[in-house]
Design a protein around this ligand. Sequence first.
Ligand code: GAL
Length: 419
Amino acid sequence: MRISRRVAAAAAAMAVVLPLSACGGNDDSGGNNTVEVFTWWADGGEKAGLDALVGVFGQQCPGQTFRNGAVAGGAGSNAKQVLASRLQTGAPPDTFQAHAGAELVDYVKAGQVEDLSGEYDQWGLRHAFPQGLIDNLTYQGKIYSVPANIHRANVVWTNKKVLDRAGVTTALTSMDQLFAALDKVKRSGVAAPLALGKDWTQLMLLETVLISDLGPQKFTGLWNGATDWKSAEVAKGIDDYKRLLGYSNQDRDALDWTDAERLIMNGRAAYQLMGDWEAADLDAKGFKDYGYFTFPGNGKTFQWLADSFTLPRNAPNPDGARCWLKTVGSTDGQQAFNTKKGSIPARTDADPAKYPTYQQSAMADWKTFAQVPSCAHGAACSQGLQGAANSAVAKFSTDLDTAALQNALAQATSQYATS
Ligand code: GAL
């Protein structure tokens, strides 16, 4: 289907003389001026961010037409499988979303993405992003993607009215305070005050509890083999996490992050741990009564992840894809995208005054806080390790067996750890 449509499109294009793409120079795309952009940003704040970026792409790449290849499902839960099979069968999109760090390296090692070091030189991007982020996009000296943003994972989102009704007025800075607040909200009549979704959202919650209990450095070591999963400290962290599960909705294993978010919006829960795409999504959905704070006990730690875009090997329209990538890395592209997506720009030259209040605070924190990578969103973990960790926490959601979770994560880490 896909191939025959492309052949038909190419044949039709041969009948007319098309202008060269604004960014592409020599057109090596056989007259195909459609750029299929593959993401999982299909709805709400995620789509609002993508739409804004597409607007700038339209201005910067007038000869090219955007085609939306989004596959819905939070954190790419469906999209990544669809993408893997397309890459394996030689039917790549023109560009796809990949997380900076270990997840991107998977695609590099599989030979599925092109080296963009030359484009970085040509577009002046080598000094546009923080060096630490560039390092996470680099494998064996070559740079493989263009970052659109930096997201923060360790944020708690609240329903202010639910908290007011329960009489929770103080900021929470420790796990003990969080448990006390959850009890208070429960006493006010909210049966499951902590909104939670399925596997990857549970992994995010476990990660933030472990940041609180182990501190940023030991937490980071969990994913590269430097910290032992089987220690007593980790067992205590998992027990704290287990205690938190007791405050969450029973149907958690069936919910995506947006379903859990709805529990916040309709007042059936008070708190949700989620990345800051939630700020954009709540805004896009017109929900105003929300608050946010760093997960209690995380202190001055910024758990990060970054969305970046690649040039797949054998992309049907590489010139068009390059123009998309140039837009992604541009000041205008980053501003249009990030003001709608809840994230902060990856570029260091952005003007905070042009961003919403939440992003202004995140931009300030990014500069001064300790940075730790997210496993659930590919910064710390390869796709194999993410998948194994998701399965392990999903099993734990039913059996609540601390030692079994420690063993599963220890085994997965040693199996998939990359240096
Ligand atoms: C992350 C992604 C974010 C956001 C989130 C929820 O993996 O990096 O941009 O889309 O999933 O779907």
